[in-house]
Write a new protein. Structure first.
Length: 238
C-alpha cells in the first residue's frame, strides 16, 4: 500500500524539484484527538529563492504575499491528494499549513503550540531537523520551504530513517542575526523541548512588530533567519 500511496502523491507534487516528500510512523506521538491516525505524509514546497534573498532587515510585502500563497497552494494540494487517496478507501485527515493570526493570538496564545507540528512529522519522515531558531531545516532546501501534513490510518513504511538530532553543528548565523534574540544556540534533538533553545514569544512579538512597521499589517512574519541560513542557500528556481 505504501507504494500506491507514494505513486498517488508524487502524481500531484509537480514539478518534482519544487517538493520534498516523506512518510512517518507517528505512533504514540499525537494527541488523543488524532486517535487512529498513526501515520503521516509530510510534503515540503520550496519557496522562491529570489524573493527570500531580498529579506535582509525584515520581511518584504512580496515575501508575505508569496508565503501566504504557498500556504494556500499546499492546503489545496493536500485536498486533491486526499480525494485521490479516498478513492482507494484510504482515510485521511488534512492538517492545514498554518493557523490564522486570530487563532495564534487567542487559541494558541499561551503556548504558541498548535495541535500538530508539521516540523515533527517532517523529522519523523526523515526530511530534516530543527534548527537553532526553531526552523525546520531540510537536507535539500534548508529552511526555504513550507510544510504541510496529511494523517492516515493506513500503515506507511517510511521512505527514510527519522532524524533525531540537529545537523547544524557549530554554525550560529541564525542565532546571531535574529532581531528578537530568541535563540540561545543550544542544539535541538528529540529529547530537547523548544523552550530549552528558543523563545517563541520573543519571536512572535518581533514578527508582530515587523508586520506593523514594515508591512502595515496585523501579521506575524519575519524571515530573516530563513534567508540567512547557509543550508540550501545555493539553490535556484521558484
Amino acid at each position: 500500500m505504501t507504494h500506491i500511496i507514494e505513486e498517488i502523491v508524487r502524481k500531484h507534487i509537480l514539478p518534482a524539484e519544487n517538493y520534498i516528500l516523506g512518510f512517518a510512523d507517528l505512533t504514540g506521538l499525537l494527541q488523543n484527538k488524532f486517535q487512529g491516525f498513526n501515520y503521516g505524509i509530510s510534503i515540503g514546497r520550496k519557496l522562491n529563492y529570489r524573493i527570500v534573498d531580498k529579506i535582509i532587515e525584515g520581511p518584504t510585502l512580496e515575501y508575505y504575499t508569496h508565503y501566504r500563497q504557498i500556504n494556500k497552494d499546499l492546503d489545496l494540494l493536500t485536498k486533491s491528494i486526499s480525494e485521490d487517496l479516498n478513492k482507494y478507501n484510504i482515510e485521511t485527515l488534512n492538517i492545514d499549513t498554518t493557523v490564522s493570526t486570530a487563532e495564534l493570538d487567542s487559541v494558541y496564545f499561551n503556548t504558541l503550540r498548535t495541535d500538530l507540528s508539521h516540523k515533527m512529522v517532517a523529522t519523523r519522515a526523515g526530511l530534516g531537523w530543527i534548527g537553532k531558531t526553531d526552523l525546520f531545516i531540510s537536507k535539500e532546501l534548508g529552511p526555504r520551504l513550507r510544510l504541510v501534513s496529511i494523517l492516515l490510518k493506513t500503515p506507511l513504511v517510511p521512505l527514510s530513517d527519522p532524524v533525531d538530532n540537529s545537523h547544524c553543528g557549530n554554525c550560529s548565523i541564525c542565532v546571531d542575526i535574529c532581531p528578537a534574540k530568541a535563540a540561545n544556540g543550544k542544539l535541538w534533538n528529540i529529547t530537547v523541548d523548544r523552550e530549552e533553545f528558543f523563545d517563541a514569544f520573543k519571536c512572535r512579538n518581533k514578527c508582530a512588530e515587523f508586520g506593523l512597521t514594515r508591512l502595515g499589517l496585523d501579521a506575524r512574519i519575519c524571515g530573516i533567519c530563513v534567508a540567512a541560513c547557509p543550508i540550501g542557500h545555493n539553490g535556484t528556481g521558484n
